[in-house]
Design a protein around this ligand. Structure first.
Ligand SMILES: Cc1ncc(COP(=O)(O)O)c(C=O)c1O
Length: 446
């Protein structure tokens, strides 16, 4: 049975824009920084022109092509925006790329705990109130880094947080790995590109936007306090000196298509098609699709009351060919990209009807890995200090009370279960690998 992919990459395995396949075409375009082909580390020619076209589409002061995903953009953003030793406010459901960027940039995180939604089994977007509390308790903080939206599709109170950051002179970085389409249609939640007070926005084109893995872009919005030169210098510390020309050419084509009448029409049509599909779905009362305004409309959370998503979501995939993006404790996540077709949605409807006739009620949900039920972090030292400190490897049973040296962040969703420098608590024990590196450092909070 052919599988319908409701997961990343969002092209769903179909060509959307004129891209370069792995064929003779690919080899023709695969080149290096010869005359006329510019240099990604100091663009002045065709790469600079392509980045300007992208900046125009996104309404940014400056856009950078990222050939190593949003990961490299987030890490460059932290190096460009802050000084070693700075304190930054970060929600606990931040992606591991942020934690790794903090090791590189030597930042001290203050973890803000977002609200946990027990019904859907996911953390929500960061509220302005949580940021305000963070600023009050840590007046020396220099910035805020947050996902917009979260991996599960929840959006933070970005406009209010932007305003607060301007008032307190804090830098604000928006991780929009899952929000690359947000600035391109009014039915999407607000992007950091559209909000005052945001300094850097990083977006994966290869997620919902239908690009090739791992294409991504970083934008400095018009009001950014970070200079393009500084961002370029930070990026140059991290990205390859042999950038893949086929990927960059595909990114330029992709941006051109997103900006074209065809592309704009395709985005509007995808949104309308998904909205119409949701509205016309008649589901039995025990099956629900999350429907609230503060969500990315292309991230679908599905729930079967009283049943374990590990059972029904895997059945939907194996028996009905409907692939999921991720499984949460109480729901499963389905990502719709620009490659989706009406036939895909019809297949999903039929599969949901078949699901309605099955009985998956299992009583209490069985335990499985979840980054969602984490204890409030007890921090012993900065991620960088832990990473570079002397360490030893101990068995999981001897790890409680010790300090983690590395990130443990199973993917998806790539949200750390343990952060370098965090004290391992009894609540972590069931998720730990058999052995773990712990630092020889004090467990007293700094
Ligand atoms: C919230 C979030 N931020 C950042 C990233 C990193 O993006 P990329 O895979 O493009 O490097 C991911 C990847 O899944 C993510 O989910």
């Amino acid at each position: 049975m052919e599988r319908v992919r409701f997961h990343i990459p969002g092209h769903q395995g179909r060509g959307l824009f004129p891209s370069i396949g792995i064929s003779a075409d690919y080899l023709t375009v695969d080149s290096t920084e010869i005359d006329g082909l510019d240099d990604l580390s100091a663009p002045e020619g065709c790469i600079a022109d392509a980045q300007h076209r992208a900046a125009r589409l996104y309404g940014a002061q400056h856009t950078f092509f990222l050939v190593q995903g949003s990961t490299v953009g987030i890490q460059a953003a932290l190096l460009a925006a802050f000084q070693p030793g700075d304190t930054v406010l970060v929600p606990r459901n931040a992606h591991r790329s942020i934690i790794h960027g903090m090791i590189l940039a030597d930042l001290n995180p203050v973890w803000l705990m977002p609200e946990y939604n027990a019904h859907w089994g996911t953390w929500l977007g960061l509220t302005a109130q949580a940021v305000e509390r963070g600023i009050t308790e840590h007046p020396h903080a220099k910035g805020v880094i947050l996902p917009n939206p979260t991996y599960d599709g929840w959006v933070p109170e970005l406009a209010a947080i932007g305003k607060m950051c301007m008032q307190h002179n804090l830098k604000l970085i928006a991780d929009e790995a899952h929000g690359a389409l947000f600035p391109l249609h009014n039915d999407f939640p607000t992007s950091g590109c559209q909000v005052d007070g945001v300094d850097i926005v990083v977006q994966s084109l290869h997620k919902h936007a239908g690009g090739i893995t791992p294409s991504a872009v970083a934008h400095l919005p018009k009001s950014s306090a970070v200079s393009p030169k500084r961002f370029q210098a930070a990026l140059n510390l991290l990205h390859t000196s042999s950038p893949p020309y086929p990927l960059m050419a595909a990114m330029d084509n992709h941006i051109g298509w997103l900006n074209s009448t065809n592309g704009q029409h395709h985005i509007a049509q995808t949104l309308a098609m998904v909205a119409e599909w949701r509205n016309s779905l008649t589901l039995p009362p025990h099956i629900t699709l999350c429907h609230t305004p503060n969500r990315d409309p292309l991230s679908l959370l599905l729930q079967v009351t009283g049943a374990d998503p590990n059972d029904w979501a895997i059945w939907l995939e194996d028996a009905q060919g409907i692939s999921f993006e991720a499984i949460n404790p109480q729901s499963a996540l389905y990502k719709v990209g620009l490659g989706v077709t009406p036939q895909d949605l019809t297949r999903f409807t039929q599969a949901l009807q078949a699901l309605g006739e099955k009985d998956f009620s299992t009583g209490p949900l069985s335990g499985h890995f979840s980054p969602h039920a984490l204890p409030i972090p007890h921090i012993a030292c900065s991620p960088r200090h832990a990473f570079f400190n002397r360490s030893e490897v101990v068995s999981a049973q001897h790890a409680v009370g010790r300090v983690a040296q590395h990130t443990i962040a199973p993917c998806p969703p790539g949200i750390p279960l343990l952060i370098p420098g965090e004290v391992i608590q009894p609540g972590h024990a069931s998720f730990l690998p058999d052995t773990i590196a712990v630092c020889e450092t004090t467990t007293e909070p700094l």
